[in-house]
Structures are given as C-alpha cells and as structure tokens.
Design a protein around this ligand. Sequence first.
Ligand SMILES: [Zn+2]
Length: 287
Amino acid sequence: MAGIAGLPVVDHHCHLSIVGEGARAAARFRAVGGTHLFLATQNYEGKTPMDLDDYRRQFETTERLARDVRESSGVVAYVVVAPYPIDLLRASESLGIEAALTLHTRALDLAGQWVRERRAVALGEVGWPHFPVDAAVGEATRSAFRHALGVARDVGCPVVVHSADLDEVGWRALDEAAREADLPEHRVVKHYARTRRDPTLGGGVVPSYLARRDLVNSVVADPGPWFLETDFLDDPARPGAVLDLTTVPRRAAAIAGRSPSGAETLTVPFVRSVKEVYGITPELPAV
Ligand SMILES: [Zn+2]
C-alpha cells in the first residue's frame, strides 16, 4: 500500500544516477511506503560542465530519471535543477573565474527557465562550498548565490541551499540574504541540515533535516515548515556514504506506529510544508 497512515511520504532531497540503481531505487522506496521524491540534478558524466550545453544535457538526464521513476514505480519525482555550487570552483580552474561565473549565472538562468516551463519545481542546489576557498572564488560564489536568489524571486520558486551546517548566526545570515533578495524566507530551504533550528527563535528559512533517527525525533513536534531528506547519492563507488533511500519511509512508519498523534505530526513535513514552500499538494498515488 502506498503512503503511511494515509499520508504521502516525501523524501525532500535525493539524487539518482545513470550508472547506479537509477529508477530501481525508487521501487525500493515505494515498497516501504514512500510516495514522493524531490530529485535534485547532479553531474552524471564524471566531469564538471564546461558550457551551457553540458548543463542542458545534465538537466535533461534528471528529467528523464524522474519520468522513469514515475513510470516504473508510480513514485512522483519533482525535478530540482541548478549548477552545483562546487562546479564554479572546478570550472574556474580551467576557464578562469570570470568566464566560470558567467557560465554559472547562465546555467542558473537556464534552471529558472525550466521552472517557468514547469519542467522543474525549484533551483537546487545553490549556495557555496562547505569547505574554505580563496577570497576571489569566495566572492564569485557569493555573487552566484545572489544571482540564484534573484532568479528564484523572478520566477517565483524556492531555492534549495547547499552549505556547511548552520549555527544560529548562519541561519540568520541566510534569512537576511533572502530578505535582501526580496525572496520570501520560506522560499529558501537549507538542505542537509544536521542540527535543529529552534523554531522559538523566529527566522523563516526552512530546514530540510537529514533523516537520522535522533535528529528526526528531536524535530518531529516542531510546527514547521521543515522537511526530511536522505541526500541519497546513488553512487556505486560510495555505497553507504549517505542514508539509503528507504530511510524516510522507515522513520515515518516508526513515528506513525507510536501513536495517532505521531501520524498527525507527519503532516508537517509531508503535506503542509510542501504546500507552504512549493505551492504543491502531494496527492497519494493510485495503488
Ligand atoms: Zn544533494
């Protein structure tokens, strides 16, 4: 049966690969109750994109994977596209910073066009490297991130942010970046959040929590919006490097099994947050 406790079950951030399990991973997700995936693009060709056609081909691969997922398992896969923030570093090594930044902003514009055409639901991942970089590259990544926020504002979609884990100061800086770009804070989602954002402290940028058991238990009563994710990479060279794609449904089943109020709390990450942040109502797929 699809869903858990009559609810859709949503993994808010994963990747699939063309050399890994691909759409077959979604069948395992479905078998344990999963119904919806946010499928973020990734570099499928083992090299950093060096021109806009490389990005176009990359996004098309994500779109094809999403279609395969739906056709083979009935799981709904929402497409999320953007040039990966780290690409900017790699491209600048061979193109120089200026040309790399131009390519990156054009790829962000392309991602925005995909959202306009309803081929994607959000820009992601955007942000900055999770490790230290030199000052010039740092400035380029900040400029690229501001551009991403502007594109999202103009097309009216969320951004999914890649960054190091955030403390309260970091969360507030991201709230501020959203405000400066005139993008509603709840349209900015920090993916791979590994520490709880205390909802009593205010601030509107949305955490997408890594679905580790202890973290899920500590946030499950929070009012939201917030999401759960695995950041599944589907990388055959790094099995077990991240949580498996079955993790979110398994956590959901454990919470729903505890009490009826447990099931009720799951409406936050699986229904209400998807509506609030994306304007999408996830429907249960037909069995
Ligand atoms: Zn990711």
